[in-house]
Design a protein around this ligand. Sequence first.
Ligand code: 13P
Ligand code: SF4
Length: 345
Amino acid sequence: MTTTTREPLATTLDYAGLSREELTERIHQRKRELNAVILGHNYQRVEIQEVSDFLGDSLGLSQEAAATDADVIVFCGVHFMAETAKVLSPEKTVLMPDPRAGCPMADFVTREALQKLKDKHPGAAVVAYVNSTAAVKAEAEICCTSSNAVQVVESIPEDRTILFVPDRNLAHYVQDRTGRENIVAWEGYCYVHDDMVLEELERAKEKHPNAKVVVHPEARQDLLERADEVTSTSGMVRLAQEHDELIFGTERGLVDQLRNRFPGKTFIPLSGAAVCGNMKLNTLAKLAWSLDHMEHEVELDESVRVKAEASLRRMLELSGGWKAPTEEERKLEEAGVRPSGCGCS
Ligand code: 13P
Ligand code: SF4
């Protein structure tokens, strides 16, 4: 089959005038030309999910970013996710379709503020939820995601104080699960999950008494206590495969996606208002524009990147997504025989 090379159009508005089929075709063609991979978070719009090569939660996406052999990564998610991809794959070009897609939770803590807290707790271990900037990760000992936060905290000796940033709800959840008393929680939160209230859960339960309730750990403690399962977005996708009736305490885009995938099942959003406007800034038109123009590229200060990589790799090593190179592999890396950081041992 012969494909005609299409000229890039000038603005995202020009792309917005194209049909979904035209955009999808352009995206696929350009992806092949660039040897690009599209990584999409579970909260992305359905049409973006459909063109994504890999769809997942923060952990799965970071594992994929660390392992891919593509030259270009287009990240359809929010800024910290694209930044994480760049930290783990510095030799690759990492693009975001809309650079304004930030995560307000990540902005709750700055590197300077964290340094002040560290000064108050000498010897404490800093655990940075991956929803944080690279500069904050650089100040942490280890990162975690919603799917491995308990495991990460359990890997730290019990007698050490833990400074957990920036999500207070995830910190309280981990505290509850591990029984650790010495966790100092930063007062950040996700506006999408923190806004969900118990009354909504009870109402949904009344209407659907047989449905199991699954809630994201970024939600408030009273909701987590009432949930049958607490898990990450990909954990929710797995539960959707196993159950016919579920109430979801998370961003509703995920629920819409699962309803599409499993039309015969009953999936209820705990709150119809739980929408992450930041995730939804990415559109198919902006994605096509991004690939055609090789914009917007994520760049990082190398000294920050190297430190952030260390705390991310500690997490990946614990989660089975990456193995530190053996002494022999490290020698091969130094000799330029084996690509550094490939984790492919
Ligand atoms: P997951 O890692 O569970 O996908 O969560 C990321 C996120 O930003 C949820 O709000
Ligand atoms: Fe950030 Fe919340 Fe949006 Fe997740 S849902 S990206 S935590 S604002």
